[in-house]
Design a protein around this ligand. Structure first.
Ligand code: ATP
Ligand code: MG
Length: 186
């Protein structure tokens, strides 16, 4: 009997969704999450990505709009810096809205993988409550793969994760005076 694409997919996943965290101070966390998403798209997954604290369309957003219908991306933030000790009310409001959009996507059953990009930084900046994020992780549908990115991953999230990669800076081109560039940074 021929297996359908969906049957193949669920057989491959064996109903065990993973929680993965990409953290650390080196470059490559967000792009790792998008690389994982691309791999999953190839296997027939549907993916939702919420980018916290980002207010502009990075290259990956533009690529998804143009070429990747199985990938839905939402932005939740301003295109400006957030002050850690004194975040603006609008930053908090946007992050909270982002979390609620992500929660709906996670619970909708429409997606096989959800990426919460820079959610660790939103927590570090006190835009979100740790308890809300922990509750969301604990209540996710069992088969859903969940990826959380950003520096400063809290130990409580690291504890819940199945896989944690700590990306460490060995060198960064900014330190040699090379400026940010389309296709590399955004
Ligand atoms: P990328 O989006 O390229 O995968 P990232 O998600 O690991 O990077 P973030 O911590 O989200 O990096 O920082 C966003 C931007 O800051 C990156 O585009 C990047 O080039 C720059 N950056 C990342 N790491 C460093 C570093 N160690 N020193 C200076 N700038 C950095
Ligand atoms: Mg990032």
């Amino acid at each position: 009997m021929k297996t359908t694409k969906n049957e193949k997919k669920s057989a491959a996943k064996k109903n065990t969704g993973l929680i993965m965290v990409f953290t650390g101070n080196g470059k490559g966390k967000t792009t790792a999450a998008f690389g994982q998403a691309l791999r999953a798209i190839g296997q027939g997954y549907k993916i939702f990505i919420l980018q916290f604290m980002k207010g502009r369309k990075y290259g990956e957003f533009i690529a998804a709009e143009k070429y990747l219908p199985p990938l839905t991306i939402r932005l939740s933030g301003l295109d400006s810096f957030v002050m850690r000790d004194n975040p603006a009310a609008i930053d908090i409001e946007l992050a909270q809205k982002g979390l609620s959009t992500a929660r709906k996507a996670i619970m909708s059953g429409k997606y096989d993988m959800v990426v919460l990009d820079e959610i660790n930084v939103a927590l570090y900046f006190n835009l979100l409550k740790l308890k809300d994020v922990i509750d969301l992780i604990k209540n996710k549908p069992p088969a859903l793969d969940l990826i959380l990115t950003g520096r400063y991953a809290p130990k409580e999230i690291i504890k819940l994760a199945d896989t944690v990669s700590d990306v460490q800076e060995v060198k960064h081109h900014y330190n040699a005076g090379i400026k940010e560039r389309a296709g590399i940074e955004y």
